[in-house]
Every structure is written in structure tokens, then in C-alpha cells.
Design a protein around this ligand. Structure first.
Ligand code: NAD
Length: 413
């Protein structure tokens, strides 16, 4: 299986084959500006000490401070964090935000930690990185297994270190610590705007569109709920242990409540069980991977039945799978566009924190939708004009903006 960073590099090469990119820009974007790799010592509740490997990759800040989440996951490693930091650079440029790209990770299974241990780990991450982050340098946010509460501990630790409140140093905070209205649902919400546009661009109808969603964390569950509320039929959902299918359609809120009560989806009334691998190959119209990387590969891509894939997760499709899907006429709306709603509302949160002036949820959504829709249309048109897939088009769109910013800044002096 190719690694996420190998996939990211191949995607960059496919895009640069479809456009003219200055060699100096290519050189700049092929490697990170800075890499931080460290260990976080944590005093465990039983008095022992454990060390957790931790990473922050700052890929490029030509268009503004590095921006990107922090992932807590047992398999987090440098390769994955590099890929995610690179994708953030493409993503912020793809939707035109005045931000760069970065990403963080800690190799930990947070489910094995008590709340107090998780807090010490989160604060330890900030202590190790404090001189490299901040509202004008690098602004982290939540990702897999990191929550608004974790962002609250992190911003508190950062504020103590710098000696004043600095709410703009992290986004995805709880509303009680000046997070933004709409941030929690933002990635799913942005993905939903993209779904609606892609469905009409492909002349499909919401009511007859069956959607399978892999992963029901922050991103997958809000997306599924919004799609169902708008009349789409969500027929399958899953968590890390497996999924359920109801051909007539599920109520995502009921599924979330069932999982909360029972700890898993097993035994959901009226549903049949599927594995996560089976979910990807279901008879459906739209597939929305919302979990982890490398789910759609050369091995299973030929068996995908969906006509449209909305990539809510980062890096769910390998380049080999992209080639197969394109041949089979499957439209893939890439992660760097489809899940950019999260970083867009993170940007709004940062703007609100810097101004200390707060917006309503309606104001947030009224600003989010045109950003998602206009960039979808630009990417769709690039794909049609150049006869390239949407991922390559999204990269071309982002690289055009990045290249202009990098060239305007110059190459030293
Ligand atoms: P989360 O921790 O809230 O949820 C992750 C979900 O994936 C959980 O339901 C988990 O059970 C499931 N999962 C884990 N391993 C799985 C597996 N092997 N198969 C199927 N499901 C599995 O995380 P999230 O914030 O919802 O992030 C999901 C994806 O979306 C990630 O790729 C993340 O990078 C991406 N993303 C998140 C945001 C954000 O704002 N949170 C923004 C953009 C992209």
C-alpha cells in the first residue's frame, strides 16, 4: 500500500503535468518549510511516566500562517503528518483563504487515556511547540480524535506561556472559549454544499440519491444529518468497528443516539451489518468516505458502484484508484475541496478572535456557502476545459494561487 505522502507527491506531479508551474515554485512546494518531531512525557494516573511521539509539520506559509489540525491516533507518524500538512497547503489555497498549511499528530490511542492524562498530553504538546505556533505563525485545530475540549486545554496552556489570552492561537474551540458558531458542523456543512452542487452538475435528483457514509465522527455525522434533512437517502453509516445498511434510508440522528447508548452500531433495529470494506462497495449513488486515508485503492476501486465520491476524509483515495475511477466514469470531488468547510470556518473563528467581535451562525453559514460553491464551480470548469479529473483541477486551481503568491514574495534577496 502506498503511504499517504507517496500519494500526495504523485497528486502534485499529476497536477504539474497539467499546467505550467515555475520550477522554483515546484521546488518550494515539494518540501516542508519546517518539521518538528519530539516526544511528550506524560505522568500517568498510576504514577508511571510514558512518552508519546509527536509531530508538527509546517508545509508552507506563503499565503498566511500555517493552518491545520492535530490528530491523536495510534498510527500517526511523520509520513502521514507530512501528507496532511501538504494537503492543507493545497486546501487553503483551493478555497482562497489567506492561510498556509500545516498539520500535527501524536501517536497515541486517546481511548486508553483518562481525561486527566489526555489533558496533560494536550498541554505537553503545546509546551513543546509554543515558540513555533501562535495566531500569526501557526494556528492548529481539531482533527481525528481531538475535540473542542482539547483545543480549550491547548489555548489555555498557550495563553499561560505567552502571558496573555491568545484565543486566536487555536481554532475549533468550544463556544465558551470563543470558538465560532457553526465550527462543529462546518466540515460536514461544507461537504453538504459540495454534494448538492455536484449532484445538480451531474443531473441527479436529491430524493433518488442514495448515500453511503464511512465514518461517523465529527465530519461524517454532520454530513449525513444535513444530507438526510435535505431529502437525500442515507442508506449506510459506519464507525471503526463496522457499518449498517437500511435500503429504505436511515435517520443519522437515531444512528448517532444508538451508538452513544450501545457503544457500537451492532444490533441497530431493521439494519443489516456490513464491514467497512463492504460499505465502500455498496449499491449506492454517492459514497462519502469520512474516516481515514487509503480506503479506496487499486484493489477495490473496480468494484465501487457509486457514481459520485465526496471525499470528506483526507486522502481516502490512492492515485491508482483515481485512475480506475476516472476510467469507470466515477466523479471524485477531492478532499482539498470537499472537506474545506472545516478550515474555512476555522479561518472565520480566527478572524473573530483577532477582532474580538463575534458572528451569528447565520452570518457564518452565509459566508461559508459562497466560498464552497464558487470554488467548486471554478474547479469544475477547469476540469471540463482541460479534460482532467476534479482532483487534478483542484490542485491546478490551488497551485495557480500559491504560485502567484510565492512569485510575488520573491525568492530571497
Ligand atoms: P473523528 O475522530 O470525529 O471521527 C472519525 C470517525 O472515523 C469515527 O467515527 C471513527 O469510528 C471512524 N473510523 C476510524 N477508523 C475507521 C476505519 N478504519 N474505518 C471506518 N471508520 C473508521 O474525526 P473527524 O474529525 O470526523 O475526521 C474524519 C476525517 O475527516 C479525517 O480524515 C480528517 O482528517 C478529515 N477532516 C476533518 C476535519 C474536521 O474539521 N474535523 C476537517 C477536514 C477533514
Amino acid at each position: 500500500m502506498p503511504t499517504p505522502f507517496t500519494n500526495a507527491t504523485e497528486q502534485l506531479h499529476r497536477a504539474t503535468a497539467a499546467m505550467q508551474l515555475d520550477a522554483r515554485v515546484m521546488d518550494r512546494l515539494s518540501k516542508p518549510d519546517a518539521i518538528h518531531e519530539f516526544k511528550i512525557p506524560v505522568r500517568m494516573d498510576d504514577g508511571t511516566e510514558r512518552e508519546f511521539p509527536a509531530y508538527r509539520v509546517q508545509w508552507n506559509d506563503s499565503r498566511g500562517p500555517f493552518k491545520g489540525g492535530i490528530r491523536f491516533h495510534p498510527q500517526a507518524d511523520m509520513d502521514e503528518v507530512k501528507a496532511l500538512a501538504f494537503w492543507m497547503t493545497i486546501k487553503t489555497a483551493c478555497v482562497g483563504l489567506p492561510l498556509g498549511g500545516g498539520k500535527g499528530g501524536v501517536a497515541v490511542n486517546p481511548k486508553e487515556l483518562s481525561a486527566a492524562e489526555l489533558e496533560r498530553l494536550s498541554r505537553g504538546y503545546v509546551r513543546a511547540l509554543a515558540s513555533h505556533i501562535g495566531p500569526e505563525k501557526d494556528v492548529p485545530a481539531p482533527d481525528v480524535n481531538t475535540t473542542p475540549q482539547i483545543m480549550a486545554w491547548m489555548v489555555d496552556e498557550y495563553s499561560k506561556i505567552v502571558g496573555h489570552d491568545s484565543f486566536g492561537a487555536f481554532t475549533g474551540k468550544p463556544l465558551t472559549l470563543f470558538g465560532s458558531e457553526g465550527r462543529d458542523a462546518a466540515t460536514g456543512q461544507g461537504g453538504f454544499y459540495i454534494l448538492d452542487r455536484a449532484v445538480s452538475a451531474l443531473s441527479m435528483q436529491a430524493q433518488s440519491t442514495r448515500i453511503a457514509v464511512q465514518g461517523m465522527g465529527n465530519v461524517g455525522s454532520h454530513f449525513a444529518r444535513l444530507a438526510q434533512e435535505a431529502g437525500y437517502k442515507v442508506i449506510a453509516m459506519s464507525d471503526s468497528k463496522g457499518g449498517i445498511v437500511v435500503d429504505g434510508g436511515l435517520d443519522p440522528m437515531e444512528v448517532a443516539l444508538y451508538k452513544e447508548k450501545n457503544g457500537s452500531l451492532a444490533g441497530f433495529p431493521g439494519a443489516r451489518q456490513v464491514t467497512n470494506a463492504e460499505l465502500l462497495e455498496l449499491e449506492c449513488d454517492v459514497l462519502a468516505p469520512a474516516a481515514l486515508e487509503n480506503q479506496i485503492t487499486a484493489e477495490n476501486a473496480p468494484r465501487i458502484k457509486a457514481k459520485l465520491i465526496i471525499e470528506l476524509a483526507n486522502g481516502p483515495t490512492t492515485p491508482e484508484a483515481d485512475t480506475i475511477l476516472a476510467t469507470n466514469n466515477v466523479t471524485v470531488v477531492p478532499d482539498v475541496l470537499a472537506n474545506a468547510g472545516g478550515v474555512t470556518v476555522s479561518y472565520f473563528e480566527w478572524v473573530q478572535n483577532l477582532q474580538n467581535f463575534y458572528w451569528t451562525e447565520q452570518e457564518v453559514l452565509a459566508r461559508l456557502e459562497p466560498i464552497m460553491v464558487s470554488n467548486f464551480e471554478m474547479v469544475w470548469n477547469i476540469a471540463r476545459e482541460r479534460k482532467i479529473d476534479l482532483r487534478t483541477a483542484a490542485f491546478v486551481h490551488a497551485l495557480t494561487r500559491l504560485s502567484a503568491s510565492i512569485i510575488s514574495r520573491g525568492f530571497g534577496g
